[in-house]
Design a protein around this ligand. Structure first.
Ligand SMILES: *Cc1c(COP(=O)(O)O)cnc(C)c1O
Length: 318
């Protein structure tokens, strides 16, 4: 039985890669940034943003095994949750469209009169979009609400916000197995916590420290979310809450300028919701001697450039 499942999922994974044309692995290389105080620190980047032109990098890592699982099931229907600019809904909408999976997106807030670019894409991909108010959206993890959804959508696979379920950890772990050298720190942005949890679990037996940069206001809450996805407690991780710039999708002109400067210096696009905060944090932490001399850092570029289309950010970067 187990063997059969394994064969099925290998076949499903092959089908996924062939249909979606996702790269098997992402490149990594060292950056020469000449930032203040950076001369004794080695900084590398792993470009998960290059895995696919539409599917945001870490969302692919997180969704891969859920998609492989559903391809082997009889009912091809996924239900998930997100905001009006969600990279997760965008990635899932594209995947479901290409894989002929029915997709119901439960969206926080009523955008029907004025859909975002993300929602326009979902419409184009035949997503069944259900707008709910904030009170309903808040129940997205409550067992009673999930039971109701299961009755409404029998046999559908319900994937939590951000794609952060236990299967996500398996996909994220592949980031670690792709590395060809040791890093003292791996640094990634945090929102729903699945990416960080996957990195933590996959480095449990190494000397690597996992540092999360909070993209939203959530001291305590974000740590709990990450912990809830982990099979046990670990000591080699933490989340820094000093760089959320006031909260999710909040930004300052300083951050926008930083994203533009970073692009001109490196030709790597970043945006002010996740990767911009991440890079800004790393630069500032280096400047403040947070890392020991000689440390080797790996920054994970999680993608997410579609999410900044509506705020006109992308045009100024390009
Ligand atoms: C969703 C997302 C994150 C946050 O990842 P979580 O696993 O939800 O913590 C980081 N970066 C980008 C670009 C994202 O789209």
């Amino acid at each position: 039985m187990e063997r059969k499942t394994l064969i099925t999922s290998t076949r499903n994974l092959a089908q996924l890669f062939a249909t979606l044309e996702v790269k098997e692995a992402s490149p990594q290389y060292s950056l020469d940034l000449a930032w203040p105080n950076s001369h004794n620190i080695s900084v590398s980047i792993k470009r998960d943003d290059l895995l696919h032109p539409i599917i945001s990098g870490n969302k692919w890592r997180k969704l891969k095994y859920s998609l492989a699982q559903i391809l082997g099931s009889r009912t091809l229907h996924i239900v998930s949750f997100g905001g009006g600019f969600s990279n997760h809904l965008h990635a899932l909408g594209f995947c479901c469209h290409r894989l002929n999976i029915r997709f119901t997106a439960i969206v926080r807030g009523d955008y029907s009169a004025n859909p975002s670019p993300m929602l326009h894409d979902l419409q184009m991909w035949q997503t069944d979009i259900q707008y709910v108010n904030k009170i309903t959206y808040q129940q997205r993890e409550s067992p009673a609400y999930l039971t109701l959804l299961h009755q409404q959508y029998p046999n559908a696979l319900i994937i939590p916000e951000g794609g952060s379920n236990k299967l996500a950890l398996q996909g994220v772990a592949e980031i670690i197995s792709e590395l060809d050298q040791h890093y003292d720190y791996i640094i990634a942005p945090v929102a729903s916590g699945g990416t960080l949890a996957g990195l933590i679990k996959a480095t449990a037996h190494s000397a690597t420290h996992i540092l999360g940069i909070a993209a939203l206001k959530g001291q305590g809450y974000l740590e709990e979310h990450v912990q809830a996805l982990l099979p046990q407690t670990y000591q080699h991780w933490g989340i820094c809450h000093d760089y959320h710039f006031g909260g999710y999708a909040k930004r300052s002109n300083e951050l926008v300028d930083f994203c533009n400067d970073f692009y001109h210096q490196t030709r790597i696009e970043i945006e002010p919701i996740y990767s911009g905060k991440l890079m800004y944090a790393v630069k500032d932490l280096i400047n403040r001697n947070y890392f020991n001399k000689g440390s080797r850092l790996l920054i994970l570029h999680t993608g997410g450039l579609q999410g900044s289309r509506a705020i006109g950010q992308r045009a100024s970067i390009l």
